[in-house]
Design a protein around this ligand. Structure first.
Ligand code: MTE
Length: 297
């Protein structure tokens, strides 16, 4: 259990003031008074309290640095995140290489408050800044053959010491079905709490898929490939009997080694019930019509 003393918790008034400010900006942008690159806030947390900045940035899974969650923040300081290019390739009409600055100015940045549920049984509520994955995909124009989106993390063992470990097949790879990637909730995050994304959270750009277990939300992305066949993720290779491609949050499907019925919100002590699709059933259940959700692990 992580211990969080109250002195470590980000003074939320500071952030809430900023949020009021950004909300104002969002409203102004909506009526077209300021440029479309302003931040538009959207709250998908059901009004739940935000997890503190300190916890979001000091309790991390980023195996390229360490398997110890509390060590990642310090070790990831070694990562050089600028310049950074994301290559979009494969079954698209308009492949290209995009700098993160380019992506940030090209697409309207939104604030999205999402729950994040880790497969290990803990969860957080995180205010991300970013843009919909769909915006980029529409611009590169997937061909009719493209069925899946494969994403890959940077491979740089000189800065990511964990990549020297033999346990995993680096680089980290994850994927989505194309229609999952196009869903309105699916986000490329470039910031959190109104700041640039900290290295430990996947700087400078990471995926956020809030209805799936956290490991699908791949960090520090350098390559996005549109493909015909379902990609094999790092976790599917590492433990095929434990991790599947879909990995939708489903309290009725236990992990082979533990139940998924409940979770502990970081900063709280009592466990709470885990919600189907992490509470995003309305937005995403139509993606899986006719599929056996118990088999979609
Ligand atoms: N992406 C990469 N490249 N490497 C990782 O180890 N861990 C995943 C996911 N993305 C991981 C990753 C897991 S298990 C979780 S729960 C989330 O990132 C954690 O994101 P956070 O540290 O920003 O909360």
């Amino acid at each position: 259990m992580v211990k969080i003393s109250s002195s470590e918790i980000t003074p939320e008034e500071v952030y809430l003031d900023r949020r009021k400010f950004m909300k104002g900006l969002g409203a102004i942008a909506a009526v077209g008074l300021i440029s479309p690159s302003s931040v538009l806030p959207k709250n998908f947390s059901g009004g739940e309290e935000l997890t503190s900045f300190k916890s979001i940035t000091h309790y991390n899974n980023f195996y390229e640095f360490s398997t110890d969650k509390e060590e990642v923040a310090e070790l990831s300081e070694a990562l050089t995140t600028s310049p950074w290019a994301v290559e979009v390739t494969g079954l698209v009409e308009k492949p290209g290489k995009f700098s993160v600055d380019d992506l940030k100015s090209r697409y309207t940045q939104e604030e999205r408050i999402y729950r994040l549920r880790c497969v290990e049984g803990w969860s957080m509520v995180i205010p991300w800044t970013g843009f919909p994955v769909a915006s980029l995909l529409k611009d590169v124009q997937p061909t009719p053959k493209a069925k899946f989106v494969k994403m890959t993390t940077l491979m740089r063992p000189s800065e990511m010491k964990g990549q020297k470990s033999w346990w995993y097949e680096w680089p980290y790879v994850e994927g989505l079905r194309l229609d999952e990637a196009m869903n309105n909730l699916t986000l490329f995050a470039t910031g959190l709490y109104g700041k640039d994304l900290p290295n430990q959270n996947g700087a400078p750009i990471r995926l956020v898929v809030p209805w799936k277990y956290g490991f699908k939300s791949i960090k520090s992305i350098v390559k996005i490939e549109l493909v015909e066949e379902m990609p094999t993720s790092l976790w599917m290779k590492a433990a095929p009997s434990e991790y599947g491609f879909y990995s939708n949050v489903n309290p009725e499907v236990p992990h082979p080694r533990w139940s998924q019925k409940t979770e502990r919100r970081i900063g709280e002590f009592r466990r709470r019930r885990t919600l189907m699709f992490n509470g995003y059933e309305e937005e995403v259940s139509s993606l899986y019509t006719g599929m056996d959700l118990k088999k979609l692990f």
